[in-house]
Ligand binder design. Structure first.
Ligand code: ATP
Ligand code: MG
Ligand code: MG
Ligand code: MG
Length: 569
């Protein structure tokens, strides 16, 4: 590619409305152009990077034996009624009507569509196991789209869905996908961590999130300094999944509304009270993973002294509760709520210590999808609150029994789920087993935020001059910068020859033949993060050298042609 024939439009100034560095740099590098809230056009430059990520994801999915297909972005209401998610999914589901008034949604995920596909396409256990994936645009009407493509409304996701005759097969594929994800993020050159995650409303037995580690991350993850244990904070606070299921079961038995002392509640839930809690809202999930909301509000500065429990049936649709609703269900006078913030009265049941939440309650970030996905940074607006929460767990003994917990921040870029039979059962998807009997297949689902990865990579890899792409994601590996190409035919020809040679050797190279002043040209090439820069100048040619600089290096070097080619090929 010659930059003179490409569309590159960079900016010097940091855009005022971009809060985090990846968003700022993507805008400055001209990778994105905003259309409306959470909607972005990927420029030709941005698209090159996006396609790199997509390509690696596709290669590793294929290598892992998954099979690509393509599902539509628009999905009919009827399918979502079958699983109950038309109501349950909540506000993220963008509902639309066609000219005949038939209702559809813009797909935020595709469990329904793939299960519908499977129930038509798969009738024998002999066709199993199978794992279908697609890389397709998704839409989620996020409450707060922000940070550019990090939390967009329309975004690119790789989503895969596997079907199995038994749980053992599902377990094997879950591990296979876990390994594939590890390869993907390793190849992308990202520092990442797989953490235990909550299966929440989606149910199922196992779930891991893959996080790119970055201080700007919206998620807090807890990890042990004495073992491999790592979990998202929600889960690190929680008892083990089995214990939590039992606790949820107990919570279901709690009569409503009822007044309990803190000790009563602790006894009911089988958890020792260790924390000073001013107010807390607790939510549990039942055996199917459907939410049962139980709200507990606690007051008292040192030691908890009062808890009220109430089921909030209105919340079963995964709406966020208003303060008025909470009060109505609790039958409580407003004063009782004290400083609890309205609107987000959901908190997963936690912990050997009741989740310590100060003066606020947290909303599930993913109505109807995974209820535990509360993100501190986003859902807790005040920095002090976030710091509070982070301090809650740090230094605690790790739930795994080895080491103590530290807290890091991460960006969720992937998520693997052992779903079980929630969707296949609801949608009556069956296959004939070895005995000729109808069996309901177990399912897994596996998502990767392809477009989010681009932003996450920048959060991890940048400096004052701009983006520093990991090689695998760079739009080009090498930029050949030509000094004064319009007036110096010899230099232009030498640059062209080098450019041709590099491309012929399989090194993706871009020729900067725009004729900019060196300073402006170098600033652009650094800003857009090209890993290797070669300058072709009259002076260099006279000395038989090229000026070479790796994006991460502090100094340029003079290399002759052989040394240069050796370095780059
Ligand atoms: P988050 O917790 O950040 O809201 P999620 O848990 O709702 O994400 P999943 O349903 O697990 O997301 O979807 C799979 C992947 O899609 C996520 O791991 C993430 O990388 C990506 N993703 C989800 N929501 C968005 C979004 N609004 N913008 C960009 N990528 C997203
Ligand atoms: Mg979400
Ligand atoms: Mg999440
Ligand atoms: Mg997730």
């Amino acid at each position: 590619m010659r930059l003179s024939k490409f569309h590159l439009r960079t900016e010097k100034e940091t855009p005022a409305d971009a809060e985090i560095v990846s968003h700022q740099l993507m805008l400055r590098a001209g990778m994105l152009r905003k259309l409306a809230a959470g909607l972005y056009t990927w420029s030709p430059l941005g698209l090159r990077v996006l396609r790199k990520v997509e390509g690696i994801v596709r290669e590793e999915m294929n290598r892992a034996g998954a099979i690509e297909l393509q599902m539509p972005t628009i999905q009919p209401r009827e399918l979502w009624e079958e699983t109950g998610r038309w109501q349950k999914f909540g506000g993220q589901l963008l509902k639309i009507k066609d000219r005949k008034e038939a209702e559809y949604c813009y797909g935020p995920t595709a469990e329904e569509v793939i299960t519908d596909f499977a129930r038509q396409e798969i009738n024998s256990y002999k066709q199993l196991p199978v794992n279908f994936y697609n890389i397709q645009t998704k839409f989620r009407d996020e409450i707060r789209p922000r940070f550019g493509v990090m939390r967009a409304r329309e975004f690119l996701m790789k989503d895969a869905y596997s079907f199995h005759i038994d749980d053992e097969s599902l377990k094997a594929e879950y591990q296979n996908m876990y390994d594939a994800y590890s390869r993907i993020f390793t190849r992308l050159g990202l520092k990442f961590r797989a953490v235990f995650a909550d299966t929440g409303a989606i149910g199922g037995s196992a779930s891991h999130e893959f996080h790119v580690l970055a201080d700007s991350g919206e998620d807090a993850i807890a990890f042990s300094d004495g073992s491999d244990y790592a979990a998202n904070v929600e889960l690190a606070e929680a008892v083990s999944p089995g214990e939590r299921a039992a606790a949820s079961e107990t919570m279901r038995k709690v009569e409503t509304p009822t007044q309990k002392t803190c000790e009563d509640v602790a006894a009911l839930l089988g958890i020792p009270l260790q924390r000073t809690v001013k107010s807390v809202a607790i939510m549990g999930a039942d055996a199917e993973g459907d939410a049962q909301f139980v709200l507990a509000l606690v007051r008292g500065d040192h030691g908890v002294n009062e808890i009220k429990l109430a089921k909030l049936p209105g919340l079963a649709e995964y709406r966020l509760a208003t303060e008025a609703e909470i009060l109505e269900h609790l039958g409580s006078e407003p004063g009782f709520l004290g400083p609890v913030k309205p609107a987000k009265a959901i908190r997963i049941i936690a912990d050997r210590s009741v989740a310590a939440m100060h003066d606020f309650v947290v909303g599930a970030n993913e109505p109807g999808y995974h209820i535990a996905g509360v993100n501190w940074g986003r859902d807790l607006p005040e920095a002090d609150d976030v710091a509070d929460i982070r301090n809650v767990l740090a230094g605690d003994p790790s739930p795994c029994g080895q080491g103590t917990l530290g807290i890091a921040r991460g960006i969720e870029v992937g998520h693997v789920f052992a779903l079980g039979r929630k969707y296949s059962e609801a949608m009556k998807c069956t296959v004939l087993d070895a005995n000729g009997k109808a069996a309901t297949p177990a399912m897994g689902c596996y998502g990767i935020g392809v477009s989010r990865i681009v932003a996450a990579a920048i959060e991890q890899n940048h400096d004052d001059a701009g983006i520093v792409w990991p090689d695998a994601m760079a739009p080009w590996q090498v930029a050949v910068c030509v000094i004064n190409p319009k007036n110096d035919a010899t230099v232009a020809a030498a640059a062209q020859a080098l450019y041709d040679e590099l491309n012929a050797a399989g090194v993706e190279t871009v020729l900067d033949d725009r004729g900019l002043r060196p300073g402006a040209m170098f600033a652009d090439i650094e800003l857009i993060g090209i890993p290797h820069r070669v300058v072709v100048s009259e002076r260099g040619l006279a000395a038989g050298t090229f000026e070479y600089r790796a994006r991460r290096a502090s100094e340029a070097e003079s290399l002759d042609r052989d040394a240069l080619m050796q370095r780059l090929t």
